[in-house]
Design a protein around this ligand. Structure first.
Ligand code: HEC
Length: 145
């Protein structure tokens, strides 16, 4: 169970690294898809659909940190459109705020690595981090029909 998760995460990171230079839209979507998978595991653990495991909890925050570190470099001027992106034009008008949100995601996830010990502390830390995900999406992601 735990090794499998680690392998999947490692594979997803690898894919993102290969495409980052040539295709920033695909790279940022791959990172965010990994975030989405990890977030699903997180909410399944909170709801008790999946048993709580500290290693999985830490892997979730580690993958959020990885994405938060790489994402700010994946929004060059020439990536505003194309590749089925749902990135909103507001990103390029508010780049400092946009990047600050990734910094907050990384900082809160790092703090969570220290504080999370059990399902209860995970739930609190995860909900806090998740607000940063949702807040950014509300401002900077176009809803696709
Ligand atoms: C600072 C902004 C920001 C933060 C923080 C953020 N996201 Fe995103 N997210 C985006 C943007 C922008 C896109 C659209 C990327 C594109 O299509 O080019 C996106 C797309 C996504 C997608 C869709 C990926 C796809 O293309 O299928 C998922 C899932 C996702 N984010 C999950 C998360 C989760 C989970 C978190 C928190 C751990 C998070 N995001 C944090 C900005 C953010």
């Amino acid at each position: 169970m735990i090794p499998t998760t680690a392998v999947i995460v490692a594979m997803a990171f690898g894919v993102a690294a290969v495409t980052a230079q040539s295709d920033p839209i695909a790279a940022r979507q791959a990172l965010m898809k990994t975030n989405g998978k990890q977030a699903k595991l997180g909410s399944d653990m909170i709801r008790g659909k999946v048993p709580f495991a500290l290693d999985n909890a830490k892997a979730i925050f580690l993958s959020f940190i990885d994405a938060a570190n790489k994402m700010p470099n994946l929004f060059p001027e020439n990536s505003k459109t194309g590749g089925d992106t749902s990135a909103a034009p507001e990103i390029w008008a508010n780049m400092d705020d946009f990047k600050a949100r990734f910094a907050k995601l990384a900082a809160d996830s790092k703090a969570a690595l220290e504080t999370v010990k059990d399902r209860e502390s995970f739930t609190a830390a995860y909900r806090n981090v998740n607000r940063t995900c949702d807040g950014c999406h509300e401002h900077y992601r176009v809803k696709k029909s």
